[in-house]
Ligand binder design. Structure first.
Ligand code: PEP
Length: 249
């Protein structure tokens, strides 16, 4: 089973419209021959400008969150229809920063993922353990529970439209990376969990990224592992040259 690797940048709360234009103008030619799927997840305010610049390129546009409701009294939130209108293709759901600072739970992750799928947006569903969970030997149990929660009620036919990002929380933005073997082993656990929830074929097909201080130096070792299908990149996606080196690895 060959899965097309997918490298996605998560800009987080970075880049004004002006900075977005400058970064993408530099990035587009650097990744035009990429052998993998390339996604840039930008803050809401940059999406329209990014969509315009990315038209006709091989870079797909992503958002960083989506609300589960179609519309209504949810001040500050953005719906799947609003993202679709801006030519967004992917959306990050359940990032650990959302879980940590904004009360995101497995249940709300599930609702957001379903809303995205209902409007043909591809969710990048993030899971991963905290440092204390890793140190107390709970990594497997934590990611299994997060996967079960996130995928509740999602039918098998939708799996091809979903990307999973395994992001050990202690490795995000810290410069600490999981060893390639550890990342691969936990991603194998995630694949087995998908096989149990659905079937073996679906588990073989679904793309699972690693995220957590991935950069131009460690990407080759991580990507050499059989279960790792790409990366969700934070810090290193903010510089065109750094991000392109990861994409072109
Ligand atoms: C992330 O925010 O998803 C991430 C992986 O960040 P960083 O690459 O900076 O660790």
């Amino acid at each position: 089973m060959s899965r097309t690797p997918i490298i996605a940048g998560n800009w987080k709360m970075n880049n004004t419209i002006k900075e977005t234009k400058a970064l993408l103008t530099e990035l587009i030619p650097l990744v035009k021959d990429a052998a993998c799927d390339v996604v840039v997840c930008a803050p809401y305010t940059s999406l329209a400008a990014a969509a315009k610049l990315l038209r006709g390129t091989n870079i797909k546009l992503g958002a960083e969150n989506v609300h589960w409701a179609e519309k209504g009294a949810f001040t500050g939130e953005i719906s799947a229809d609003m993202l679709k209108e801006l030519k967004v293709a992917y959306v990050i759901v359940g990032h650990s920063e959302r879980r940590q600072y904004f009360g995101e739970t497995d249940e709300t992750v599930n609702m957001r993922a379903k809303a995205a799928l209902s409007r043909k947006l591809k969710p990048i569903i993030c899971v991963g353990e905290l440092l204390e969970e890793r140190e107390s030997g709970k990594t497997e149990a934590v990611v299994k529970a997060q996967i079960k929660g996130a995928f509740a009620g999602i039918p098998t036919r939708q799996l091809k439209n979903i990307v999973i990002a395994y992001e050990p929380v202690w490795a995000i933005g810290t410069g600490k990376t999981a060893t390639a073997d550890d990342a691969d082993n936990t991603i194998a656990v995630i694949r087995k969990t998908i096989a149990k929830l659905y079937n073996k074929g679906a588990a073989e097909e679904i793309r699972i990224q690693y995220g957590g201080s991935m950069n131009a130096k460690n990407v080759a070792e991580l990507m050499a592992k059989p279960n790792i299908d790409g990366g969700l990149i934070g810090g290193a996606s903010l510089k065109a040259e750094d991000f392109s080196k990861i994409v072109n690895n």
